[in-house]
Design a protein. Structure first.
Length: 230
């Protein structure tokens, strides 16, 4: 879906079944009562297990890229008031990058091992408010950079590691430009709050630190219990 993110329903709808012991008249009365007081039972979101080994790490990255692509697609579908032409260009570019990243992982992971499309939950984001959008974008970009940095030593295939290194450099550029939009012409674009002062390097987070931070933005419960840890 190169043009955008289309969430799909997950799980099965639960149906209320009536006992065959009821006579036709009783069943009719029950049906009428239900129509007067309808109750909708929503299915529980399907648990997503990322898997193991390099495929598990690719699914981990794919999940994060799905989230980012969905977010920026929504940002550009319903742009906040007063969005400047420069901001529109920047955010459109970031959206397109994230869609490309998402589609790369979708193509790279064998279909039998690839996680399903996730359903995002952006209920806590006010897409009409510039500050809400840009601060959420900052959260996503910082989290993405830290996630790639923390997963690097978990990847065994050098080809996957090379591609992850290329993607994380793009995510870092996103993080810098979002900071500049939030604080124009300031030193904060360098990410003083996330770069370790002692060695001048970006921070790194392991999957068990990243997933809880990302989970509030995804309806599906995500499990990384089987991911490599060393």
């Amino acid at each position: 879906m190169p043009g955008g993110f289309e969430p799909v329903a997950v799980g099965r709808r639960l149906f209320l079944r009536y006992s065959g012991a009821f006579v036709a008249g009783s069943a009719f009365l029950v049906a009428c009562k239900d129509e007067e007081n309808p109750t909708t039972v929503m299915p529980a979101p399907t648990m997503v297990d990322l898997g193991t080994g390099d495929i598990g790490i690719l699914n981990y990255a794919y999940a994060l890229e799905q989230l980012e692509a969905a977010f920026y697609t929504q940002v550009m579908t319903t742009p906040y008031g007063g969005m400047s032409d420069a901001e529109r260009t920047i955010l459109t570019d970031i959206r397109d990058h994230e869609i490309i990243h998402r589609e790369f992982f979708k193509a790279a992971i064998p279909a039998a091992s690839r996680i399903a499309d996730l359903t995002p939950n952006f209920s806590g984001v006010n897409f009409t408010d510039r500050s809400s959008v840009l601060n959420t974008a900052k959260t996503f970009e910082d989290l993405g950079v830290a996630a790639y940095n923390g997963a690097g030593n978990l990847i065994k295939d050098v080809n996957y590691l090379l591609l992850a290194g290329k993607i994380v450099s793009v995510e870092a550029r996103h993080a810098a430009v979002i900071r500049d939009l939030l604080s124009p012409k300031s030193a904060s674009f360098a990410g003083d709050d996330v770069v370790t002062p002692a060695n001048g390097l970006d921070g790194a987070l392991k999957p068990n630190q990243v997933l809880p931070a990302a989970q509030p933005f995804v309806t599906n419960p995500i499990s990384g219990a089987n991911l490599p840890t060393v």
